[in-house]
Ligand binder design. Sequence first.
Ligand SMILES: CC(C)(COP(=O)(O)OP(=O)(O)OC[C@H]1O[C@@H](n2cnc3c(N)ncnc32)[C@H](O)[C@@H]1OP(=O)(O)O)[C@@H](O)C(=O)NCCC(=O)NCCS
Length: 170
Amino acid sequence: MRARKARRADAGAIHRLITHYAAQGLLLPRGEEEIHRDIGHFLVLEEKGQVTSCVALESYGPTLAEVRSLAVDPGNRGRSAGSQLIEFAFAEARRRGVAQLFAVTHAPEFFQRHGFEGVRRQSLLQKTERDCRACPKRRACKLVGVIATVIPERIAVPALGVPARHAAAL
Ligand SMILES: CC(C)(COP(=O)(O)OP(=O)(O)OC[C@H]1O[C@@H](n2cnc3c(N)ncnc32)[C@H](O)[C@@H]1OP(=O)(O)O)[C@@H](O)C(=O)NCCC(=O)NCCS
């Protein structure tokens, strides 16, 4: 499996992956046009010329980014593709000088395996302002916030501890 940044030609494959899990209520749906427009956010894994998994790294200013739309092709689950993409997202975030990564997810345990810690969703103010305020499901929402430190020195007021695994890699 080869990790790389997504290209415009990947938009259809990324859309299929996300749509598959959106139909199960595991991911928020994304339109193909939106993916095409935001293709610079996406990282993918490719195997034998096929995109088999994707993740998006969405910026919230210079020091914060969201990990979203993480999807591994059903036939490839459990083969560490998801883990590889999270590691790639950390590497890319570090390269961009992003201090912290967060996610809002139904699978917090998966993220916790990769150095994220639980955080109250309401404390992710920029996210709730951007996406949750107008969401019809907000009152019944079961999604959980998780956050990880990428570059401790760039956090103005550290609110959370630095996950040891990633701090060691800095
Ligand atoms: C969650 C997901 C990205 C994991 O990717 P993956 O390639 O299957 O996972 P990996 O092979 O890297 O890691 C497998 C390990 O993670 C664990 N894991 C997988 N999905 C998990 C989940 N939803 N919650 C908790 N742990 C999970 C597995 O039990 C396995 O543990 P083990 O190594 O002790 O057996 C993938 O299953 C997926 O696309 N799921 C549907 C979409 C989704 O839920 N996205 C994440 C929410 S934003």
